[in-house]
Design a protein. Sequence first.
Length: 278
Amino acid sequence: MIKQSPTASPRLGVGLVALALLSLGSTSAAQASSPRCAASELRVVSSGSQGAAGTQFSALRFEHRGPGHCTLSGYPGVTLLNGPDRFNTDVGRFSTGRPRTVRVDARHRAYFDLVHRAMTSDGRTCRTRVTHLRIIPPNTRRALSVRLRPKPLSLCLESVRVQAVRSTSALRPSRAASSTALRSHSASVRDCGSGGSVYRGQVRITNITSRSVPCATARRFARAFETKSGSETGYSCSEDAHCTWRGWTCRNDARRRSANDHRCVTGNRVVRWQARST
């Protein structure tokens, strides 16, 4: 008589499934229990930049100061500085996919890049000089300072974007990533150069950029604003306030001694520039 092999017990199968689910739940709970990084636990390190086709990737990373560990996920906040002067510009996000949670400890870093243009659309070198950054780690409020290494950046102010933190460095970006960055910036922001001088050469209009506005129109707009806004011309649009001018909502920042920053918006159209005293 040939004996048949006994079949697996239903209870054994249920037990294996339960064990697998328990193991999965333990892993998820361990990940969830990892503390978020506080800014006081971190420092920011600048490690140079590389680029292709006029687009630069400036590499930075968060390092843990002590023996513990924590996690980061999302996009850092970024403020651009030239010595004591702060550039009044919004640094947007450069998405490369869904942000992931990154462990930071003595052996693991959280890497991110600033993506920006080094040349204007007509082939000129960008002149805005950035020496330092103030970085707010994701999901925190305190800013950390870092000096750019090995030297300051020369960039087009409106082109700057920040990537989400990740677990590996991408100091040498792929050709596909560089091409994507260039197409994204070219489609969204135009670097329109200078608008010349007004008030008999006493004020120079520089660093004009636009979104959804032709450069010629943006240059005319900046010149008109400089010469026809303000109480002296009958328009109530102070050079250090928010106002509405010709249907555009404008923000004017005159806190810096070297230049006034202007940003005017209507719908999806944006014009920005700087007015510098000569």
